[in-house]
Design a binder for this molecule. Structure first.
Ligand SMILES: [Zn+2]
Length: 659
């Protein structure tokens, strides 16, 4: 999974699971779901195929707040006679009582109804229903009777009854799409290989799709909302390139039959690597301009890398979570290097060093094996461990070891020692010192990491040398002559007053830094600064509009007129700023103010995504105008499924009460 911001830990206690897996091997679950959009319920029919390893008189499934019907057992084959099966249920688990015999196979089937509190979310988007799942950290047993233990992998084949205008997109490949007599459709998917239940997923909603085929023949399906056809190319740009690259780089064929990516509304994270069907936040659906600022490339690569690291081999417990996030982060970075180049790759590694050392300085550093680590540690330190390891043992050993590791543990779960052992086998030396130093130690070895980067990259050496806080004499020169964009940005951030007309001739990135750091605009660069409003970057336009409006009060009308039709990102960053500046420019379109204010209030409505709502609430607070409608929308926001919005709404309420 790729998170927007926070630290979170997955610590799963699995004592009772360890006991059950000794007795039972769950092979396959076949399910037919009926998604009840009007009542936010799922009615399901599930059949579990299982082998008994040791005789036992009771087995269980995790199932939260469900009701059951037709609980039956068959001995052996599907066509065997079904008998009623006794069970007990305590709101968390259903226990089946039966004399299960060693070396026998059974099929347990049941009907269930559930109105899930988490892991499955029903929402409205543009007055249409959308339903999606999030298993990791939320437990699939809230909507599907299953086993929450990541170590218990099985094949899931999902089918669903749905209205014909909507799509039902689930793990695996579609095998059937049948029109039923009542006008609904039955759509079926099949997986051929086992997965952990947290990776079971589906999306229900209205979508179109575009398809490409990887060099190896895997179908890549890109889903999008019908109105977003112009965003498909920029959003999914480099998908196939990165897919082909990762297959080649990892040296292990993509393990599933198909790869789908589906954007959903108000998602909990940036993306989630459900096996063969990644779900991601629709905030990443960007147009050609948005691509320059806030694209999906990194999340795309990260979730794709998880299809091997996490989905094919799964960390056995929270202690080894970095085997998922560290690998996904590192391989995403390698895929991005393929797209954006070597310097980009090294710069991202440098930024990780800076963030990790800051974390250590603030006293929040942890061992990589601490299940309570921050996501910074799991993701960035995890990635750094792999980069350092690769630098130490060499490309050839590293790549072969990763390949062996995947081969040996495919469709199973793993811990850190499994991976290290594969590297040691080929390296021919013990890595115990490396493991202590890079993985187990609390402190991140940032000096060693920095030394590796400096040795590998002249770009990083130059970047380190350019430092206007330490030495100012050459700084004006740096902006005139060739140093990298990143080094120029560093100079601009340290000494914004050095920016001259000539500096505007640089790339989009450098110009964006000007808009960010040069907030006092000298007359001499006014015209150049105004040209920033034409840039293909919504971040630059937002910054520049604000700074120009503040610096040149007599020309506010000009700046507002120039930017009046720009929406910005999916969070409407430019539009909302524009409204607020307009409201604070009394002479400009004086008769239109009420309408604009109403529009701003409207963005707090639940039909907009969490980011839009948060931005609108913030602006309304800034202009001290959170009216009745705004306040009632704030109350509604407190009971949203997205915890970021809920947290924001609660804190915001408190702040308003104080004022
Ligand atoms: Zn991840």
């Amino acid at each position: 999974m790729k998170k927007f911001f926070i630290a979170f830990c997955f610590c799963i206690v699995s004592l009772s699971y360890a006991q059950q897996t000794e007795y039972v091997d769950f092979k396959r679950a076949d399910a037919l779901l009926n998604i009840k959009v009007d009542s936010s319920k799922v009615k399901g029919k599930v059949s579990y195929h299982l082998d008994i390893l040791k005789s036992v008189d009771s087995i269980f499934l995790d199932a939260v707040n469900m009701s059951f019907n037709n609980v039956e057992i068959r001995v052996g084959e599907t066509n065997a006679e079904a008998k009623q099966l006794n069970y007990t249920y305590h709101n968390q688990r259903i226990y089946f009582a039966y004399q299960f015999k060693k070396n026998s196979s059974y099929i347990i089937s049941l009907d269930y109804v559930v109105k899930p509190k988490q892991a499955l979310y029903f929402l409205q988007r543009e007055n249409e229903p959308q339903v999606w799942t999030q298993g990791q950290g939320k437990y699939t047993s809230h909507w599907f009777p299953s086993l929450d233990d990541v170590n218990d992998k099985m094949i899931f084949n999902l089918s669903a009854i749905k209205d014909s205008e909507y799509n039902f997109i689930a793990n695996g490949i579609k095998t059937d799409d049948i029109l039923l007599p009542n006008g609904q459709e039955k759509v079926s998917y099949t997986m051929q290989k086992p997965i952990s239940s947290y990776l079971l997923a589906f999306v229900y909603g209205r979508y179109h799709k575009k398809t490409e085929t990887s060099n190896s023949g895997v179908s890549l399906e890109y889903y999008f909302y019908p109105e977003d056809s112009l965003k498909v190319e920029p959003t999914y740009r480099y998908s196939k390139k990165m897919f082909d690259f990762l297959e080649e780089e990892i040296g292990f064929t993509y393990p599933w039959q198909i790869y789908k990516q589906v954007p959903v509304h108000d998602f909990l994270y940036a993306g989630m690597e459900n096996t063969s069907v990644t779900i991601f936040s629709d905030a990443f659906m960007v147009d050609a301009i948005g691509f320059n600022d806030k694209n999906y490339v990194n999340v795309n690569a990260h979730e794709l890398a998880h299809q091997w690291f996490g989905d094919l081999v799964t960390a056995s417990s929270g202690e080894h979570h970095w085997l998922q996030e560290g690998f996904a982060t590192y391989y995403a970075l390698l895929a991005e290097r393929e797209v954006f180049g070597e310097d980009y790759f090294n710069f991202k590694l440098l930024q990780s060093i800076i963030e990790l050392s800051r974390q250590d300085l603030s006293g929040n550093g942890t061992s990589l094996l601490d299940p309570k680590s921050s996501s910074l540690t799991f993701y960035q330190r995890g990635a750094w461990v792999l980069h350092a390891l690769r630098s130490a043992v060499g490309d050839e050993v590293f790549k072969k070891a990763v390949k062996n590791y995947l081969k040996k543990y495919q469709f199973a779960s793993v811990d850190t020692s499994n991976f290290i052992a594969e590297v040691e086998n080929l390296y021919g030396q013990s890595l115990s010192y490396f493991v202590s130093f890079w993985i187990k130690n609390k402190a991140f070895p940032y000096e060693e990491a920095f030394a590796i980067l400096k040795q590998q990259s002249s770009f990083i050496n130059e970047y380190a040398m350019v430092d206007c806080e330490a030495k100012t004499s050459k700084c004006a020169e740096y902006l005139k002559y060739y140093v990298s964009d990143e080094a120029k940005i560093k100079v601009i951030s340290q000494m914004p007053s050095l920016v001259t007309s000539q500096v505007f001739k640089n790339s989009l990135k450098v110009r964006q830094a000007i808009s960010e750091y040069v907030t006092k605009i000298p007359e001499a660069i006014k015209t150049d600064y105004e040209s920033l409003l034409n840039d293909k970057s919504y971040v630059t336009i937002e910054n520049a509009l604000y700074n120009l409006w503040v610096n040149f009060p007599l020309e506010r009308s000009k700046y507002l007129s120039k930017t009046r039709h720009i929406e910005g990102f999916s969070d409407k960053n430019v539009r909302m700023l524009w409204i607020v500046l307009n409201l604070n420019t009394p002479y400009y379109e004086a008769d239109n103010k009420q309408e604009l204010f109403d529009e701003l209030v409207r963005y707090t409505d639940q039909k907009y995504n969490a980011d839009v709502r948060i931005k609108a609430f913030n602006y309304l607070a800034l202009i001290q105008s959170c009216n009745e409608k705004c306040l009632s929308n704030l109350e509604i926001a407190k009971s949203h499924h997205n915890w970021r919005l809920v947290k924001f709404a609660k804190e915001f309420s408190k702040k308003l009460e104080k004022e």
